[in-house]
Design a protein around this ligand. Structure first.
Ligand code: NDP
Length: 273
């Protein structure tokens, strides 16, 4: 019988996950069905339970259910526990295993696909929401010289410093506190790529040869990427590789087979113009 998987979110019509997993399944010869489910806002748990009852083996979880997915997990893995959020579930023997592969997907994209090693680098993450939470540990594991987190509401960034104190040393604050500092890798993990708002980020924040990485994907040149270009940054990227890499992690976790991400990233890349 064909094994069933799905992505659950609300809204879900925009999701590329079914196409990405179909491409992985075809390339690796795995017999799976992967659909998109629009979960009712007040019915996440019931929808997941119905999917399990119908033979579902695993799910990806997207906005707005990443926190609820953590709550229903019987076995949250470390990536999910520290992020407090989940983007992949595996159903086995009545248990619900949970992972958060977003951060690992980000790091794999930066290091493997973009060829930028994080070791010894000064890394700035703009934003202190769910994506940043998921990214801290995978980035810290690469031993950068510094992880700084700047957020519009500085208190939220300071909260991350406290939450992750046992696992990573973070420099946190508002954007104005970055005056005079330069970073080799600047990540935009705010939602400004979607809202088209500018970040209060000084041009001097980008060190010579810096990578500017926008986590939002498929939006072309976002205000953040335009700011980076105006500051002379030549190496820019958006989050399409992160999306495909986190999907590859989930696929391997479920199926035990690692898909080749390159052709899938190429297929979904929108030019940064
Ligand atoms: P959250 O809603 O959890 O966090 C949003 C962050 O954006 C907050 O830190 C918020 O600051 C900040 N922000 C919003 N508006 C502004 C503004 N005008 N100026 C400055 N800061 C602002 O979102 P997520 O962390 O879940 O996601 C962040 C982005 O990453 C999203 O755009 C999402 O699409 C993308 N993403 C991409 C993935 C991929 O696979 N490529 C995976 C996951 C996320 P404050 O706290 O002050 O409100």
């Amino acid at each position: 019988m064909t094994d069933r998987y799905a992505v659950i979110g609300n809204p879900i019509g925009h999701s590329k996950s079914p196409l990405i997993h179909a491409a992985f399944a075809l390339a690796t010869g795995q017999d799976i069905e992967y659909t998109a489910i629009e979960g009712p806002l007040d019915g996440f748990k019931a929808t997941v339970e119905a999917f399990i009852a119908a033979g579902g083996r695993g799910m990806n979880v997207t906005i707005p259910f990443k926190l609820q997915a953590f709550e229903i997990a019987t076995d949250p893995m470390e990536s999910a526990r520290l992020a407090g959020a989940v983007n992949a579930l595996k159903f086995e023997g009545g248990r619900i295993f949970a992972q958060n592969f977003d951060g690992l997907g980000l790091v794999n994209d930066i290091q493997r696909n973009l060829g930028v090693s994080l070791a010894g680098k000064r890394v700035l993450i703009c934003g202190a929401g769910g994506a940043t939470r998921g990214a801290i540990l995978p980035i810290a594991a690469q031993k950068p010289a510094l992880i700084a987190i700047a957020n519009r509401s500085a208190d939220k960034a300071h909260g991350l410093k406290r939450d992750f104190a046992a696992h990573a040393t973070l420099q946190t604050g508002g954007y104005e506190e970055l005056a005079g500092e330069r970073f080799d890798v600047v990540l935009n993990a705010t939602s400004t790529g979607l809202t088209q708002a500018d970040l209060p980020l000084a041009a001097s924040a980008f060190a010579p040869g810096a990578l500017a990485y926008e986590l939002v994907y498929g939006k072309g040149l976002t205000p953040f990427l335009k700011q980076a270009q105006a500051a002379g940054v030549q190496h820019i990227a958006d989050g399409v590789g992160m999306l495909v890499e986190q999907a590859a992690e989930a696929f391997e976790w479920w199926r035990g087979v690692r898909p080749d991400t390159q052709p899938v990233i190429a297929r979904f890349t929108v030019p940064l113009v």
